[in-house]
Each structure stands twice: as structure tokens, then as C-alpha cells.
Design a protein around this ligand. Structure first.
Ligand code: PEP
Ligand code: MN
Length: 358
């Protein structure tokens, strides 16, 4: 009896190997079809074709498996084949490191972003409020040798009754102050129609968390000749974040900085939850520089320094944080911006840390 079972098992082993070979052969053909479909720009998933294949299999089914069981097994095979095409797709993204193994270095007015071991910093107020306010912050930045200043002019506020920003007027203030102090500036644009005009004033255009999936804005950002800092959406997966960057790059603009800024979770101790491991994941999966915004992720002044240290330690190419001459009267994010004395101390400590881990 034992002998008989052994023989039947040998038969099963041989069939397993045949199935294995056939499934992989099937996979190779599916990949070929996927490539042709990509070239033609047609959708890979073809439900009508899938339905026909299942009907045909059920018609030919002589048992002992029931039709429902055959349908279930083959659906798994179809699904695995489609996933095979999707894996290929991710590896072929323009932003993918598999496609472009070297780090992308973005040079802005002579300063490089993305150079391993030399992190960049973007500091500045949450919002541009006045010439004097921006000028005070810019003087502090320039005196410490920083090159980039931020300041929101088109503010995407949760409430329509909150300060909405100074708009183009704000960008003009930023430009004037930046030229006075030799800084490069970055500011958020929310409307595709404003991109071209904004590009006259800005060195880097920010696309904010709330607009990460504003696909028309992403497409237009791909058509302008300015680096883009793209922030992760409030509830975006890393895959969605990468695909948002792909929108920009596939429209012609490869100068993209990714910025992790925290995601919404059930945790209330911080404004958002800083997804720190998104940094090495994004560095592995893409060739783009990755920044961490320690302000909007934590929403807490006492966490800016530890979050910035964590970001540098885990391989971020840069940090963004907010500085305001008098945060108590700031028109937005007043509880999380640093004043100038806090900024001094932050810079001293983060520089020490950065030198130590280099
Ligand atoms: C900002 O940087 O000013 C901002 C609004 O950030 P986020 O889009 O990440 O919320
Ligand atoms: Mn802010």
C-alpha cells in the first residue's frame, strides 16, 4: 500500500513541476501582451477577455473539480498575471531607481540638492505676511549661510475664514527680499493657471499635501522649467506619492524633490504622524531627493529637533521647518513656528548632529 502511495505521490510531484512550468510560461506570454498594450496605451485589464476565458474553461471542465472551484483557481492565476504586469510597470516608471540608478542632483542657483552627505535646509515663515516679516527672517537665514527660504503666498487653509495668503503680491515680496539677501525661494502654488506667472518669481515651486493628487496641477508642473517640491498627501500611500511624482516627470520636468510631511492617523499627540521610514523607501524606489518637513508632520515646536535628527539619520537629503520673527502673532501655524532665538538653537544643534553622523 505504502508503495502505491509513493508512486502516486511521484506522479503528483511530476504534475506539480509541469504546472509550475506552464504557469510561468503563461506568465511570460502575459508579460509580452502587457508590453504591446503599454505601447498601444490600452488598459491591461480586459474583463471581457477574462470572462470568455473562464466560460471556455468551465465548458471544457470534466471534473472532478466543480466549475466554481476551477473559476476560483484560474481567477487567482489571472490576478497573479496582472500583478506581474503591474510590477513591471512600477520598475519602468521614470522616477524609479531601477530605471535610473544614479541619484538625481538638482542644482538651484549653484547649490546642489540631493548630494549624499550634504543635507539642504529650507527655512522660512509659514506664510508671507509683510515685507518686513520676510526680510527679518531672510537676514537671519543669510547670516547663517543658508541658501533657501520658504514662505506661503497661496495658503490652502482648512477654513475659508482663515488668512488665505497675499497671492502674487506675496511672491513679489519673496522675490525682492530673496534678491536682497542672495537666497533662493520656494512657495506653494495651488492653481495650474498661476504656474507660469509664479515661475517668474520663484526658484522652486511647491505642490502641497492637499494638492498631491491634483492631476491637472501635476501635469502643468511637468511642463514648466522650475524644480518642484512635491509634498506627500495627507492620506497618500507611498505608491500614490511616487505616481504623483511620475505625473510631473512624464510631462517633462525631472527636477522633483519629494517631501514627507506626515500622514493622518488616529494618533493625536502630533499634528500628523511622521512616516520616517518613507524616507529610505522613497530613496530606494526612486532616484529623487527626499526631504522631511518636521513642522507640518509634528505640529510641535518641541519635536522639531528630534524629528530633524531622525530625518538626517535615516538618510533625508534635506529638512524643511518654519521660522517667524514673532510666531505668537503669525497669521497661520503660530504654535509650531520657531522664533529667531529658537531657530539659532535649532541650527546649532542640528549642525552638530549632522557633522557627527557624516
Ligand atoms: C506648507 O508647507 O506651507 C504646507 C501647507 O504644508 P502641507 O502642504 O504639507 O500641509
Ligand atoms: Mn505652515
Amino acid at each position: 500500500m505504502a508503495n502505491k502511495i509513493d508512486r502516486l505521490r511521484e506522479e503528483l510531484d511530476a504534475i506539480n513541476l509541469q504546472l509550475l512550468e506552464l504557469i510561468n510560461k503563461r506568465g511570460e506570454i502575459v508579460q509580452k501582451i502587457g508590453k504591446i498594450k503599454t505601447k498601444q496605451g490600452v488598459n491591461r485589464f480586459d474583463p471581457v477577455r477574462e470572462r470568455n476565458m473562464l466560460e471556455n474553461l468551465k465548458k471544457e471542465n470534466k471534473g472532478p473539480f466543480e466549475d466554481a472551484c476551477i473559476e476560483h483557481i484560474f481567477k487567482q492565476i489571472f490576478k497573479a498575471s496582472l500583478d506581474l504586469q503591474n510590477v513591471e510597470e512600477v520598475n519602468h516608471l521614470l522616477v524609479s531607481r531601477k530605471k535610473h540608478p544614479e541619484d538625481t542632483i538638482i542644482t538651484i542657483n549653484g547649490t546642489e540638492i540631493g548630494q549624499a552627505g550634504s543635507p539642504a535646509y529650507i527655512f522660512g515663515p509659514c506664510a508671507v505676511e509683510s515685507y518686513e516679516q520676510v526680510d527679518t527672517v531672510a537676514a537671519a537665514l543669510a547670516s547663517k549661510g543658508f541658501k533657501f527660504m520658504r514662505g506661503g503666498a497661496f495658503k490652502p487653509r482648512t477654513s475659508p475664514y482663515d488668512f488665505q495668503g497675499l497671492g502674487m503680491e506675496g511672491l513679489k515680496i519673496l522675490r525682492a527680499v530673496a534678491d536682497k539677501h542672495g537666497l533662493s525661494i520656494i512657495s506653494e502654488i495651488v492653481n495650474p493657471a498661476d504656474l507660469q506667472e509664479a515661475a517668474n518669481y520663484l526658484d522652486v515651486i511647491q505642490i502641497g499635501a492637499r494638492n498631491m493628487q491634483n492631476f491637472e496641477l501635476l501635469k502643468e508642473a511637468g511642463k514648466i522649467n522650475k524644480p518642484i517640491l512635491l509634498k506627500r498627501g495627507l492620506a497618500a500611500t507611498i505608491e500614490e506619492f511616487i505616481l504623483a511624482a511620475e505625473y510631473i516627470m512624464s510631462n517633462g520636468n525631472g527636477n522633483i524633490i519629494l517631501c514627507e510631511r506626515g500622514i493622518r492617523t488616529y494618533e493625536k499627540a502630533t499634528r500628523n504622524t511622521l512616516d520616517i521610514t518613507a524616507v529610505p523607501i522613497l530613496k530606494q524606489e526612486t532616484h529623487l531627493p527626499v526631504f522631511v518637513d518636521v513642522v507640518h508632520s509634528t505640529g510641535r515646536r518641541d519635536l522639531l529637533l528630534p524629528a530633524a535628527k531622525a530625518a538626517l539619520a535615516i538618510g533625508a537629503d534635506g529638512i524643511m521647518a518654519e521660522v517667524h520673527p514673532d510666531p505668537a502673532v503669525a497669521l497661520s501655524d503660530s504654535s509650531q513656528q520657531m522664533n529667531l532665538a529658537q531657530f539659532d538653537s535649532f541650527v546649532e544643534k542640528i549642525n552638530l548632529f549632522s557633522n557627527k553622523i557624516r
